[in-house]
Every structure is written in C-alpha cells, then in structure tokens.
Design a binder for this molecule. Structure first.
Ligand SMILES: C[S@@+](CC[C@H](N)C(=O)[O-])C[C@H]1O[C@@H](n2cnc3c(N)ncnc32)[C@H](O)[C@@H]1O
Length: 251
C-alpha cells in the first residue's frame, strides 16, 4: 500500500456502516474495476452514460470523469472552444444518487473540482482564462446529475420523484465545434420503465409565472386551465445550459 492510499478515509463511523452500509471504495480498487474490459472502453467514450445508485462521495464517478476528461484533451486539446464543448458533454453523461446529505454534497464538490482543475490546466495551456459561462454550465449539469435521494424508493429526501435530465446533443458530427443540446427530464421511474418523451419536456409540466385573473377562479375550470401555459426546454449551446431557457408549448 502506498502513502496516498494509506491516507484515504474509507470509513466515517461504525454507526454509518450499520445504518447505511457506508464504506467507501479505495481509489486503487476503483481503478482496478474501471480497468475491466468494456468498462475501460466506456470510460473513454465521451457519450457513454454512467449512473451510480449509491454514489457516496463519488469514488467511481470522479474517476470516470477524470478518464473522460483525459480523452477530451487527447481528442480536442488543440482547440479550447472544442475542449470546452466536449468536456461539458462528457460531464453531462455522469449521474449519481446518494442518500446522505454530506456525501451528496461532497460528491458534487469532488466532481466540480475534477472538472475545474482539468479545464483550468487546459486554459493555461492555451494562454486563456477560464470562462464563467462554461463553469456555470458545469455547475448546473453536476447539480442536476447528482441527486440526494433514495434510489430504492426512487424518491428525493423531500419525497418527490428523483428526476434526471437527458442532455441530448442534437448536432454532433465529426467536426462539430459548438455543441447544441436539448434537455429532457425523466423521473427515475420513467427511466427504469423505458418511457420515451418528447425532446425538451420537463418531468412535470411546469406553469410559467403567468398571473391568472382573480375572477377566473369563479369561472369555467377549462378557461383557468387554458390560461396556464405548458413550457419546455429549448435547444441551446451546451455552454449556455446554465440559463435553463424554456418556451411555451402550443404558443
Ligand atoms: C458502500 S458505500 C459506497 C459509496 C461509493 N459508491 C464508493 O464506492 O465509495 C454505500 C453508499 O450508499 C449510500 N446509500 C445507502 N442506501 C442508499 C439508497 N437507498 N439510495 C442511495 N444511496 C444509498 C450510503 O449512504 C453510502 O454512501
């Protein structure tokens, strides 16, 4: 065992092991597992998707991200714009669920740190500064992809359905530089049932802040319903996902 693996904290407390089966996987073992045939290839494929149902502090997810980020440098390291676009695409394919708040928060922070450090290094190589919109988009993606909840119950800690966003690239060709994505939300239940949705649909139909006339409440229910506007996500550049742009459906 080397110095760095000795310092790894894989157990927090006996109680947490008893209550939640919490024992973190040492980096050495994570790497052995990710080096298995097919998994190693999946980590090198920027669009292959990973979902860790008991993510802990992200031992596996962080390593998968690190491997994908290395592939982005290898393939798109010559052009910073391409690096920014493909690194966000790689990030968008990694998902996790974790029950405990402190672990879920640490997992989010660990993912962001790996992304930020790799992007910072790449920017230095190109003599440029990191861009706020890229980092804001990375934060938005990570905070939506890593969910605090109970994977078995398919519910968040608040008792709402666990929801994941699919970040579907809509213009991916060999030489695409600026990637556009369409975000669609699925509940975990939807995903496990293989439900297919129309691109852009949120998990529940949100109602835009359109004020209803007070008198509508005394009127026909259909009129009230018609005044509520259903909205969906619009296709956007991946470096602009942080804006979470939506539009009304049916005009
Ligand atoms: C054995 S640890 C593994 C953590 C991480 N995968 C790793 O390898 O380091 C199990 C983790 O699952 C979490 N957990 C337990 N029950 C869960 C559930 N029903 N849904 C989501 N996470 C859960 C625990 O809090 C703990 O962090």
């Amino acid at each position: 065992m080397n110095e760095s693996s000795k310092k790894e904290k894989i157990i927090k407390s006996k109680k947490r092991i008893q209550n939640h089966g919490e024992v973190f996987t040492p980096k050495r073992i994570v790497n052995k597992m990710l080096d298995m045939p097919h998994i190693r290839e999946a980590c090198q494929n920027l669009t292959s998707t990973f979902l860790e149902p008991a993510a802990g502090e992200g031992a596996f997810l962080v390593e998968v991200l690190d491997r994908k980020m290395k592939m982005v440098v290898e393939n798109y390291g010559d052009d910073l714009t391409q690096y920014e676009n493909y690194s966000l695409l790689a990030l968008s394919t990694i998902y996790g669920v974790e029950l405990l708040e402190d672990n879920a928060q640490k997992c989010v922070m660990n993912m962001y740190q790996v992304y930020y450090e790799a992007y910072r290094q790449q920017s230095i190589t190109h003599g440029a500064k990191v861009k706020k919109k890229v980092l804001d988009s990375a934060k938005l993606i990570i905070s939506n992809n890593i969910v605090q909840g109970n994977f078995l119950a398919k519910l968040t800690t608040n008792g709402n359905p666990i929801v994941f966003s699919e970040w579907h690239p809509i213009n991916l060709r060999k030489n695409t530089k600026i990637i556009k994505i369409l975000r669609t939300e699925y509940t975990l239940e939807d995903i496990l049932n293989g439900v297919k949705k129309e691109g852009g649909e949120p998990a529940t139909h949100l109602v835009r802040g359109d004020q209803l006339d007070l008198f509508d409440f005394f009127g026909d229910e259909e009129v009230v319903e018609a005044k509520k506007k259903r909205i969906k996500y619009v296709p956007v550049k991946i470096t602009n996902v942080y804006k979470e742009e939506m539009e009304e459906i049916d005009g």
